[in-house]
Every structure is written in structure tokens, then in C-alpha cells.
Design a protein around this ligand. Sequence first.
Ligand code: ARG
Length: 466
Amino acid sequence: MQDLQNEGSNSKTWSGRFSEPVAEMVQRFTASISFDKRLAEFDIQGSLAHAKMLHSVGILSRRNLDAIENGLQIILLEIRDGKFDWSLELEDVHLNIEKRLTALVGDAGKRLHTARSRNDQVATDIRLFLRHEIDEIDESIKSLQSAILDLAEQHADTVMPGFTHLQVAQPVSFGHHLMAYFEMLSRDRERFSDCRKRVNRLPLGSAALAGSSYPIDREGVAKMLGFEGVCENSLDAVSDRDFAIEFCSASALVMTHLSRFSEELILWMNPGFGFIDIADRFCTGSSIMPQKKNPDVPELVRGKTGRINGHLIALLTLMKSQPLAYNKDNQEDKEPLFDAADTVLTSLRIYAQMIPGIKVNKDAMRLAASRGYATATDLADYLVKKGLPFRDAHEAVARAVRYCEEKGCDLGELSLQELKQFSNLIEEDARQVLTLEGSMGSRDHIGGTAPKQVMAAILRARKNLA
Ligand code: ARG
């Protein structure tokens, strides 16, 4: 099986077919080593499993397997120590490692690629990489959720104005507001874990596209690498990157949630709101305006969301017109994927650190809630409970709000006599529903903002998170 045409140290593993060397420009254009060397550890993991399988089915001798295992171990250490000499002429991570292996262990290294192609090799590497990233992301979402739970628990009965159209709507518990993000993040975890199932399948054994003529044991390799099963069609296995698109889509959604959260933190920190302060270590100053303290972290997270949306579109577009099976286009999947994973992870990690450093100004939240006629719906509901049709109640309260606006006060500050001008169904007990606490406490059902319910939701969430 010796390949006598390829003995030159710089020759490509496939150069036997060519009558002139590849133009330098083309070499640089087609090489992926500058970014796919990041897959090296996964590539070695895959090669080790492949070699073991080749031995177990009788394709590779014990001696050759030992040599490959030792060689790959040395290469792993060289890479970890930053001593591995990556070469652009060798195109990508796969060929770089294979060439080094051959230099270290001789012929055994050349036998490793039996029953394998870079097409199924790279698909395996990306899947191993993504599985690893998904597990890291899951841990990071959990840490962020746990930080949110702690803050929500401290503020289960802190009143803030709930908004619709960014106008004061009804009083809500700040803890309840925070728990909305907890819920979004729970769905993000579900999405990643669902994506993981489809990532976690073994393409190896599909070879270039049609499968292999050797008696390979794909299930054995899948087991060794912790895959849940094998990809069932060799053409599909080497060509589709739908699992990577799903990963980007789940990433875009979690970033969208963080971006909404960021937008709120930025607004709340504006002195016009003054609801919160973010710890100094997460903010920066201005080089010209001495008074400034800017919420750069949430702003950057909001900004980075655009990158991930871009990566999602890049991958969808990359895939959409590719004929079966593998095409070199797919080499373009890596940079967006790497950046998506890095961006999501750093954003989640910094958020988990930043949340405990948030200081809440309860008085400012309360004041804002009491200024916006936030309990108007409660007064309307009160009238409905006294027998008035809702539309009439709505009208009566709207007139009361107009009266308050002219007088410059809140509904809760009106006397019983003043209130009675708008409906004689209003009695002294109406004044209780006009308080912020009364309003908030009355939404007392699962999913409602009553502090009792918020505490129950936090308790359930803690149990689920453990
Ligand atoms: N660097 C390539 C990629 O990322 C590896 C597979 C190349 N296969 C090929 N037949 N050129 O897709």
C-alpha cells in the first residue's frame, strides 16, 4: 500500500494526479488551516477511534495501531504546548496531522486514512466540536439562570411599572419581570439540547460519499466517540450541515433574548428611569465627558446579536444550492460556527457575572409605577365585579384618569367623593385595589405577578435547575 509518488516532504497527499503544482494564490485561497486547526483535538479523538476500529476488524495490525496511538499522543502534546508546526501547504488540520504522524511513525501513519475520507472526517470533527460547545453553553445558561433566580428572589415583592408600548401599563413584581428571562433561557436550553440529538450522530464510515468497501464497524466507532448512533445515509452524512444551522439558530435566539435583556438594562440605568445601577467593573467611562458611566457590556451583547444573525444567514445560504454530496463550499461553515459558539459563550458568561452586581433602586421603580395610572385596570375590574359591563367601566375609569391628569395626581390619591363622580358603585374598598401592592397581589394565579406566585415560580425553577 506504499504510495511511492508522494515521498517529497512538501508534496500534497493527493499530488500524484497533478502535472503542475497548485498556484500559490490558490493554495492560500483554498487552505483552511488558519482556522480549522482549532478542530485538532477532535480530529485526533476521531482518528484514535477510527484506528482502533480498523484494528478490531482486522484491517490494521496491532503494531501499526500502537504506532498510530503513540504518534497521535505526541502530536496532541505538541499542539497543546504550541510546538506543532502548522503548514499552509498542507491545507487543513487533517492533512497537517496525518503528515506529522507519518513523519513520526512512518508507514503506520499512512495507513490511518484507510476506509476514511476527509469528507466524513471533517463532518465528524465539527459534530464533536459542536457537542462540546453545546455542553458548555448549557452550563453557562444554567449559571446565568441561577444568578437571575437569586436576584428575582430578593425582589419578589419589589414593585415596578410593567410596560406595554414602553408606556406604564400595570404594576408588576420586579422578580416576576426577571423570571420572564428565566423562562426564555429555559427554552433556549431545550433548543440546544434538542439540537444536540441531531448533532450527536456519527458520519465516519461514509468515506468520500458512497461508504467504504472495507468491513468497517461504524456502530463501534459511534460508541467509542459517545455518539448516539450513526448517520444513516452516506451522501447525507458528508454533505448536510443542517445541524450546524440549527446550532446557529438556537444561538441567534439565545442572543436575541440577551439582547432584549440588554436593552432593558440600558434603559433602566438611564437616569430618566434610574431603576438600577450596574457595578462599575462592568461599565466604562467616556474619554471626554467626565460624568459618564456607560453600560458597555449590555450594549455589546446587544450589538453582537447581529453577528450571530449574520452567521445563521451565512450558513443557510451556504447550504441552499449545494448538490449532493460534499462540496468545498462546506469549508466555509467553520468560521461562522466558531464565532457563533464563542460569542454566545462569552456573552452568557459575562452576563452571569454581571447580574449579581446589579443594584436596584426600589423607590425609583415604585415612583414610576405610581405615576403612570398603573392601577386603572384594577379600578375597571372592581366596577365589573360590582356589575358594570367592562366597556362602561373602562369609560368611567378613563374619565377618572383624565381628571387626575388635570389635577396632577394619581388615582390612589383621589378621595372617595371624587371617585364617586365617575361611578356611584365605587365604595371605600375601591381604594385598596388602587394601591400598587393591592393590584400586584390580586394577580394571584400560576403565571401571575402576585409576590406569592413569584416565590412559588422561583421555587419550582430552582428545583428544575438542580
Ligand atoms: N478542509 C475541508 C473542509 O473543511 C476538509 C474536507 C476536504 N475534502 C475535500 N475533498 N477537499 O471541508
